[in-house]
Design a protein around this ligand. Structure first.
Ligand SMILES: [Zn+2]
Length: 362
């Protein structure tokens, strides 16, 4: 029997509390106890947006970002990320599969160690690209989060047979920006993915504002970024209950942190992602801490972000703790009064990750 806690994020807010765990199950939720591990208990978290495929390129990325430091933001993003000629896509083309797989496997292990429950990965390169991610996952054995795989066509166009093959191997499509393809192509892809009952995610308003009506007509399950938006865009997403995944650390490194406060004030569900692995390591506690500090978010905003990152796209991790449940949570070690306090203290490096199989130091 082990007792964890001091503070606990339970049912959407931080309160005083402890969990008693025995044989992989929560046996008691206590208001007072002498814990074996003291800290703030939070759910294991879902990373709602990654591109793990470029993990192998982090050194090259840092050099290139340096070189582009004087360029305007849209030019920087295009030079680094735009398909097919941006740095990332050139490197994905020219790098040996084994090196790409090694990079992805390393990122998966990092995410597992720091307490991530699952990841929504956006895999480039069509069917072959998805198979690389599967190989990386296999090399990790059990030491990795669950993965929702989002594929995309290798050509960028719509080929019915190719999309069927991609969807056979994945959970859905994770499309590049609206500006990167013909709208008719986006429509065909969206129709196909819905007919197959799979997920559709798309990068929206990353560099400049996209037409939200065209986006909504695709009936996405998830949109990424929304860095440039009008209040009516957020209203449309909230009304249709389409969550937004934002990537604070990566966006901040490129020079533009998304205005998460206005998204939350508009009622939107905001999920956290770590984006390209060559830009930032997959760590959602770090994303919460960075966003909270950079944007000076209040406690209720932080609570909503944390709760949403436990649920993910489809209530993935356990976010309400009760006796009898399987033990599955992370303890951020320290004496944190609340989330503001945790954010103000830095990204809580010392962690204990508790799973039904036992605990490990993150
Ligand atoms: Zn992305």
């Amino acid at each position: 029997m082990t007792i964890y806690g001091g503070r606990i994020f339970n049912r959407g807010r931080v309160e005083r509390g402890y969990l008693e765990v025995s044989e992989g199950r929560i046996t008691k939720v206590l208001e007072d106890a002498e814990p074996d591990v003291r800290g703030l208990i939070i759910p294991r978290l879902v990373n709602s947006h990654t591109h793990l495929g470029d993990a192998a390129f982090s050194a090259r990325f840092a050099e290139e970002l340096d070189r582009l430091s004087g360029a305007p933001l849209p030019d920087r993003i295009a030079a680094l990320f735009a398909p097919p000629d941006g740095m990332k896509h050139r490197l994905l083309e020219s790098t040996e599969d084994a090196d790409i797989i090694d990079g992805m496997a390393g990122a998966l292990r990092t995410a597992y160690r720091n307490g991530q429950y699952s990841m929504v990965d956006f895999r480039e390169g069509g069917v072959a690209g998805i198979d690389l991610l599967r190989s990386a996952a296999d090399t990790c054995g059990k030491e990795r989060p669950e993965i929702l795989m989002m594929g995309r066509p290798a050509s960028g166009g719509y080929d019915r047979l190719e999309i069927d093959e991609v969807l056979d191997r994945s959970n859905g499509l994770g499309l590049s920006g609206m500006a990167d393809m013909e709208y008719s192509t986006a429509k065909s892809l969206a129709t196909h993915v819905h007919a197959r009952g799979k997920l559709l995610a798309i990068h929206v308003s990353e560099v400049e504002r996209d037409d939200i009506e065209k986006v909504m007509a695709l009936r996405p399950d998830l949109v990424i970024h929304m860095r440039h938006n009008a209040p009516s865009d957020l209203h449309a997403l909230n009304s249709a209950e389409v969550p937004i995944a934002v990537c604070p650390t990566s966006s901040g490194r490129l020079g533009d942190v998304p205005d998460i406060g206005s998204m939350l004030d508009a009622g939107c569900t905001v999920l956290l992602g770590s984006d390209n692995a060559m830009v930032s390591a997959p760590d959602i506690v770090q994303e919460l801490a960075f966003a909270g500090a950079e944007l000076d978010l209040g406690e209720s905003h932080l609570e909503r972000l944390l709760g949403a990152s436990g649920k993910g796209l489809n209530r993935m991790a356990i976010i309400d703790f009760d006796p009898g449940q399987r033990a599955d949570f992370t303890v951020l070690e320290g004496d944190f009064e609340d989330l503001r306090h945790m954010v103000g203290s830095g990204p809580a490096e010392a962690r204990v990750v508790v799973t039904p199989d036992g605990e490990r130091r993150g």
